[in-house]
Design a protein around this ligand. Structure first.
Ligand SMILES: Nc1ncnc2c1ncn2[C@@H]1O[C@H](COP(=O)(O)OP(=O)(O)O)[C@@H](O)[C@H]1O
Ligand SMILES: [Mg+2]
Length: 260
């Protein structure tokens, strides 16, 4: 069975795209077949994997709004294969994604479009990871409706506490309105942590620890390795396999592997 995970937080710049790519990379390294979905209209995941945006009729925007009904395979670009037989594929972005929110508003069953699309690869991939946009919009609702669970990247900053106060009610609303069973919130990924850790960052981490059902699953420091891997379109576990970072990304991958 395919496990689908939304990597979500309506706050921008907290590491959703990096987390999607790197946890996906760690799963693939471990022999899993992994599909990443670039749901942010800005297309950062497509850039971070050095793949091209799609320019033809077969693109994620048209597939979501239903003006293109071809095979899901035509939306998928291979990124890499791993020694253990894993693979990393990407549903890349397209320029038309910039219009998708407006277009989705006009269609029927608009919250379940992504879920329907992904049902075509159910059982084909071990994991699908959805890189969400930095907004609580119809796209994020689609991701929250399509996923089994969620990873929430945050930063050790007050703004991330505020962001959780908006995100968690939204998840509850989607649970109530759009889902048969609640989304499994795996927990938080603290990203871009500066070392040494400041008092203010520590105080934010203390607040995160009070969220009992939302464990801190891992802490990723601000690291040039992440930026370098991004620039070269490689995953951190491939680019710097022996780094502490890779160890953390493998632990995060294990959280998804072990999830129900
Ligand atoms: N741990 C990290 N260390 C250094 N740079 C990072 C790290 N995580 C993300 N970045 C960089 O910070 C920027 C924002 O991260 P990104 O994953 O795009 O956030 P989001 O998807 O939430 O907007 C990107 O340029 C990314 O390359
Ligand atoms: Mg992003």
């Amino acid at each position: 069975m395919t496990k689908t995970t939304a990597v979500t937080n309506q706050k921008g710049g907290v590491g959703k795209t990096a987390t999607t790519k790197e946890v996906g990379g760690a799963l693939a390294e471990d022999g899993r077949s992994v599909l990443l979905v670039d749901l942010d209209p800005e297309g950062h995941l497509t850039g971070a994997t050095k793949l091209k945006k799609s320019t033809g009729d077969a693109n994620l925007c048209r597939a979501l709004i239903g003006t293109w009904e071809g095979s899901m395979a035509d939306l998928i670009t291979p990124h890499s294969r791993t020694e253990k037989g894993g693979r990393l594929d990407v549903v890349v972005s397209s320029i038309e994604m910039l219009d998708v929110v407006r277009e989705l508003d006009k269609v029927r069953n608009r919250d379940h479009r992504l879920k329907r699309l992904l049902s075509a690869v159910d059982g084909i991939y071990d994991h699908v990871l959805i890189d969400c946009p930095p907004s609580l919009d119809i796209l994020t609702d689609n991701a929250l409706a399509a996923a089994d669970g969620a990873l929430i990247p945050v930063q050790a900053e007050d703004s991330s506490i505020d962001a959780l106060k908006l995100l968690l009610p939204q998840v509850a609303a989607v649970d109530a309105d759009l889902r048969d069973k609640p989304l499994q919130l795996h927990g938080l990924v603290v990203n871009l942590l500066r070392r040494p850790v400041t008092k203010i960052a520590e105080s934010v981490l203390d607040v995160f620890k009070t969220y009992e059902d939302l464990p801190i699953l891992g802490t990723i420091p601000l690291s040039v390795t992440v930026s370098e891997a991004w620039r070269f379109g490689r995953t951190v576990v491939d680019y710097a396999p022996d780094s502490e970072l890779s160890k953390t990304y493998r632990e995060l991958a294990k959280v998804l592997e072990d999830s129900e």
